[in-house]
Design a protein around this ligand. Structure first.
Ligand SMILES: CC(C)(COP(=O)(O)OP(=O)(O)OC[C@H]1O[C@@H](n2cnc3c(N)ncnc32)[C@H](O)[C@@H]1OP(=O)(O)O)[C@@H](O)C(=O)NCCC(=O)NCCS
Length: 161
């Protein structure tokens, strides 16, 4: 059956939650591991919406934490599929902090994740094409191809280590 192409906007995902004391280190900042978990979840939701298949996380590119997110702030995660390949796809997840009283927002992390679509028997599944129409979307996809080449190169180097 032919796969139905989809726009990135159809799977775009926003997750918002308040940072609670239980999520925080002794300084009152959200734990990095908690942010990584939320990034994985937000990215996976966008990719599930695009593929409607089972998925595994294959790679998370280098991740930086640019600003702390304090207890009481909102953490906002925006996930957008950037490019699809054959059985894998890349998603960009932007993380923001938002002060509840002022609305001040800061970009705190940007992550690129690759998910692979798999069937229950473990075989790989082809993913639906991504509709790429504008120059900006084409540029995003070209950049994703460049990151993919680098990632697969690093995987081969890592496997040889
Ligand atoms: C990710 C995984 C399925 C890749 O398996 P593999 O046999 O090495 O890869 P395959 O040759 O089957 O390639 C499948 C696709 O994954 C891509 N891929 C494989 N390793 C990758 C990596 N490290 N980074 C990015 N993409 C990768 C390939 O490019 C290919 O994409 P394409 O079909 O779009 O060209 C396998 O390594 C795995 O199951 N890892 C564990 C995943 C996991 O447990 N994640 C955490 C919990 S969900």
């Amino acid at each position: 059956m032919p796969l139905t192409p989809k726009r990135a906007s159809e799977s775009a995902t926003e997750m918002v939650q308040v940072v609670l004391p239980n999520d925080a280190n002794p300084l009152g900042f959200i734990l990095g591991g908690t942010v990584m978990h939320l990034i994985d979840i937000a990215g996976a939701i966008a990719c599930h919406r695009h593929t409607r298949s089972l998925l595994v996380t294959a790679a998370v590119d280098g991740l930086q934490f640019l600003h702390p997110i304090k207890v009481g702030d909102l953490i906002i995660l925006n996930a957008l599929v950037t490019c699809v390949f054959t059985t894998s796809l890349e998603v960009q997840v932007d993380v923001f902090s938002e002060e509840t009283l002022t609305g001040r927002r800061l970009l705190t992390s940007r992550a690129y994740l690759t998910f692979v679509a798999i069937a229950r028997d473990g075989s790989r599944v082809q993913v639906p094409p991504l509709i790429v129409e504008t120059d900006a979307e084409r540029r995003v996809c070209e950049e994703a191809h460049a990151r993919r080449r680098e990632r697969l190169k690093q995987k081969v180097q890592g496997a040889g280590a």
